[in-house]
Design a protein around this ligand. Structure first.
Ligand code: ATP
Ligand code: MG
Length: 576
């Protein structure tokens, strides 16, 4: 393919709204263009890369026994009312009415639609299991679309669904999908980690996320340094190691702390460590205020609060609600005398003599004994994991890294089949609910994640399995017929080895071509020019390692083959 006949509008300037590197590079290399917030056009090179990702996904889903279909993107609101998600899904669900006034939405995910399909088709246990998947555009009206393809409102997802007669069948489907995901992300050449995860609004009992490891990731993953435990921090369990003996403490006192709101300010003023303070966070849990206590040097894990309290929603309360619940300005909330439920983190069972807010302006309590001075409803695992916390499985220290969630698999159980009456007749002719699973991959997010993990100061460094073309042939003297003929011979030799090339024979200066080649980041670069050919060579550059070399101009096929193997080997080494 000629560079000229492929639309690759590269830019020198970085787009002003791009915060992360993949967004900057995708725009600069001419792969995407924004039409409105969180909605992008995939230009030809991006589409090629997406097709490569999709091919790997299709092959491995087929291997795992899933059959491809294409479900409608426009979904009737009635199905969502049946599942109960019409009310609970929130504003991410883009809803609208047709001319007849009926409710519809754009599909953010397809549990309802696929469940409706299967309940209409399957009657008997003999028709199970059923495994379907699709690759389709999704729409979620994200509150903060950002980071280009990483968090779009419109994005491409592979979503798969399994229906089984029983738990054993559903577990097998889950394992098959899990294995397929390991193969997919390995084949794509990405460094990734599978972690235990929260089920979020999809629901279900059990789930794993697949994360591409990269600093720009929005998620934090806690991995054990000794065993194979890994979890999203949202979900990472923490155990309390204390013995339950609480040291005695003197009577509670109130001290003046004028204008001191933060943990750091109060700790400094009182001359104590931040870990001696108790933070009292007021949450709005399904519309009601609840106090959550953690040590002053810890953070509350909001997902744990929501899950452990069995809430539909739990978020930090607005200032008015905090002031109403505590009777004090922000920064002075404390557990003593509160008239709302108080939940404390497990760690607070181990100490005594705490410093807390006094529920009045400019004052704190000292010598607080939680058992003696306040009413704590329950002690629960409510805090966010930190570097060095103990692994809940083996006790070794946990390490925290950043990850980009590219895949998520869920055991749904009978959540949807129960709500939507998706049943079959068992061998005894008795009606049973199907046991479901669902399995997502953010195909367009994978493209961004691959770039987050693989780039340098000059541009994208595409993993071979994702690269829009395997190689770029830079024709330095496009007016020279011998040079052009050699470039064409090389393109053919590469094609015979199964590699597609982008041939840059534009009438641009060599410097422009070198820059663009590095920006586009195709794995193999071949530099074909009059000077090199006079010496009987075509030059090569491995985009990953930057290593330069030559191959004999009269043995292009052998030379290209050896170079391609060396480039692949450098990628294999990087993944290990
Ligand atoms: P996130 O936590 O990132 O919002 P999610 O947990 O809501 O994602 P799932 O419902 O698990 O997402 O969707 C399956 C996959 O779709 C995700 O693992 C992710 O790769 C992708 N995905 C989800 N939301 C977006 C988005 N806004 N833009 C791009 N990809 C997305
Ligand atoms: Mg998810």
């Amino acid at each position: 393919m000629r560079f000229r006949s492929c639309y690759i509008p590269t830019l020198k300037e970085t787009p002003a709204d791009a915060e992360v590197i993949s967004h900057k590079l995708l725009v600069r290399a001419g792969l995407i263009r924004k039409i409105t917030s969180g909605v992008y056009t995939y230009m030809p090179l991006a589409l090629r890369a997406l097709r490569k990702i999709e091919t790997v996904v299709r092959e491995e889903m087929a291997q795992a026994g899933f059959e491809e279909l294409l479900l409608p993107m426009v979904q009737p609101g009635d199905l969502w009312k049946e599942s109960g998600r019409w009310e609970h899904y929130g504003k991410e669900l883009l809803r609208f009415k047709d001319r007849g006034g009926r409710d519809y939405c754009l599909g953010p995910t397809h549990e309802e639609v696929v469940t409706d399909l299967v309940r209409g088709e399957v009657r008997s246990y003999k028709q199970l299991p059923v495994r379907h998947y699709q690759i389709q555009t999704k729409f979620r009206d994200e509150i903060r679309p950002r980071f280009g393809l990483m968090r779009g409102r419109e994005f491409i997802m592979k979503d798969g669904y399994s229906f089984d007669a029983d738990d054993a069948g559903a577990s097998q489907a889950y394992r098959d999908a899990n294995d397929a995901y390991h193969r997919i992300f390995s084949r794509l050449g990405l460094r990734f980690r599978a972690v235990e995860a929260d089920s979020g609004s999809i629901g279900g009992s059990f789930s794993h996320e697949f994360h591409v490891l990269a600093d720009a990731g929005e998620d934090t993953i806690a991995s054990c340094s000794a065993c194979d435990y890994a979890a999203n921090v949202e979900r990472c369990e923490l155990v309390w190691e204390g013995k339950g003996e609480v040291p005695a403490c003197p009577a509670l006192e109130t001290v003046a702390t004028p204008g001191l709101h933060s943990v750091a300010e109060v700790a400094k003023f009182l001359g104590v460590a931040a870990s001696k303070l108790v933070k009292t966070m007021i949450f709005n849990v399904d519309g009601k205020p609840v106090a959550v206590l953690v040590r002053g040097d810890r953070e509350v894990n909001e997902v744990k609060v929501k899950n452990l309290l069995g809430a539909e929603s739990a978020e930090l309360a607005a200032p008015e609600l905090v002031e109403k619940a505590t009777g004090a300005p922000l920064g002075f909330a404390g557990p003593c005398g509160l008239d709302i439920p108080v939940y404390a983190d497990l760690e607070l069972q181990g100490g005594n003599g705490w410093v807390t807010g006094a529920n009045k302006g400019d004052a704190h309590h000292v010598n607080v004994d939680l058992a003696r001075d306040c009413k704590v409803e329950r002690y629960l695992d409510l805090r966010l994991a930190e570097d060095g916390d103990r692994c809940p499985r083996c006790g070794a220290p946990l390490e925290l890294t950043r990850g980009i969630e590219v895949g998520h698999i869920f055991k749904l159980g009978t959540k949807y089949s129960h709500a939507m009456h998706c049943v079959y007749l068992d061998e005894g002719g008795k009606e049973q609910e199907m046991v479901m699973g669902c399995y997502g991959i953010g195909v367009s997010r994978v493209l961004a994640a691959a770039i987050e993990q693989n780039h340098d100061g000059n541009g994208i460094v595409f993993p071979p399995a994702i690269a829009p073309f395997a190689s770029e042939i830079l024709v330095l003297d496009p007016a020279d017929e011998t040079v052009c003929a050699k470039a064409e011979e090389l393109e053919k030799a590469l094609a015979s080895l199964g590699f597609e090339s982008l041939v840059d024979d534009r009438t641009e200066r060599p410097g422009v071509k070198f820059k663009d080649a590095d920006l586009l980041g195709l794995p193999m670069q071949f530099i074909c020019g009059g000077k090199g050919l006079a010496k009987g060579v075509v030059e090569t550059k491995n985009r990953l390692t930057g290593e330069k070399g030559t191959l004999p101009a009269d043995q292009l096929l052998e030379g290209a083959k050896a170079f391609a193997e060396a480039v692949q080997a450098s990628w294999d080494a990087r993944r290990k």
